[in-house]
Design a protein around this ligand. Structure first.
Ligand SMILES: O=C(O)CCC(=O)C(=O)O
Length: 274
């Protein structure tokens, strides 16, 4: 199935309702492209990623706000548990998925302007990360200051996901709520998560597990609250690739020491994050 078979899935979640992708995105803060990517395309990326995870000392991993190279001893046996950051630096297939013709036009249409891929995060297992909005968390050093209102993300299922393996947890409509940031809590992440969970509860926004099949893509608004689910079976993997996009001109990236790739007519940025 390719771009011509894209379906806006208004029934992805119980509260999703019907309507176009743009309506769903405006109302709920997310949109779903079912079967946007072929299983073989996703598998080709994932096998490239697994090769890098096994052997590439330059692949980066993020943990508790710090970035480590794959060859650092602190990473050694934990590469599968950690989020790999900026796989696009090392993986042509990651760059290809970020700007895939089945995704990029929709992402651009929902963003309402030209956006480049500013960061990727690759998960072999659920992050188990508590509820958060990306809006003030996504800050790659090679991007510099940027318009955070232009931030949009795609979450690409590289295998089926649901409650069993810790599927993505979403809070539909949460992008509309004015929010404090983690910095308002002195970077106390636990307090920030509790605050967002309470905020959503008070506004009758219940968390929902996003049930995905390999090749499905969920696009979320930059201020949308989401989390990594706690898997029922902790031994299970949950392969996924997150791409963040924002309106950033290539000159700004180059001025901050970043790299620029033109991929299928779009721009993918990368660099050594810190
Ligand atoms: O996939 C996950 O476990 C969480 C992803 C996420 O929250 C993010 O990348 O911002």
């Amino acid at each position: 199935m390719g771009a011509s078979a894209l379906a806006a899935d208004g029934n992805a979640q119980p509260s999703g309702g019907a309507g176009s992708i743009a309506d769903l995105f405006d109302r709920e803060g997310y949109a779903v492209l079912r079967g946007a990517l072929l299983g073989e395309e996703v598998d080709a990326f994932w096998s490239e990623f697994e090769m890098l995870r096994a052997a590439d000392g330059l692949l980066l991993y993020a943990e508790h706000g710090s970035v480590h190279r794959g060859d650092e001893p602190v990473i050694a046996d934990r590469r599968r548990e950690l989020r790999a950051i900026n796989t696009q630096n090392r993986s042509p297939r990651a760059r290809g998925l970020a700007m895939h013709p089945a995704l990029a036009p929709t992402i651009e249409a929902l963003a309402g302007q030209t956006v480049g891929c500013i960061q990727t995060l690759c998960y072999s297992v659920s992050s188990r990360q508590g509820a958060h909005s990306d809006k003030f968390l996504v800050a790659p050093s090679y991007i510099g200051p940027y318009d955070r209102n232009s931030l949009v993300a795609s979450w690409i299922a590289c295998e089926d996901a649901g409650e069993e393996n810790g599927g993505l947890v979403i809070f539909p409509g949460s992008h509309r709520l004015p929010k404090s940031t983690v910095y308002d809590f002195g970077c106390d992440y636990g307090r920030y998560v509790s605050y967002l969970e309470d905020l959503c509860r008070v506004h009758d926004i219940a968390p929902q597990c996003f049930h995905a099949r390999k090749g499905d893509v969920l696009i979320w608004h930059g201020d949308f609250v989401h989390a990594g689910g706690i898997p029922r079976d902790a031994s299970l993997g949950r392969a996924s690739l997150v791409c963040h996009y924002a309106a950033v001109p290539p000159d700004a990236v180059l001025a901050h020491g970043g790299a620029v790739w033109r991929v299928a007519g779009g721009l993918v940025y990368g660099g050594a994050d810190s």
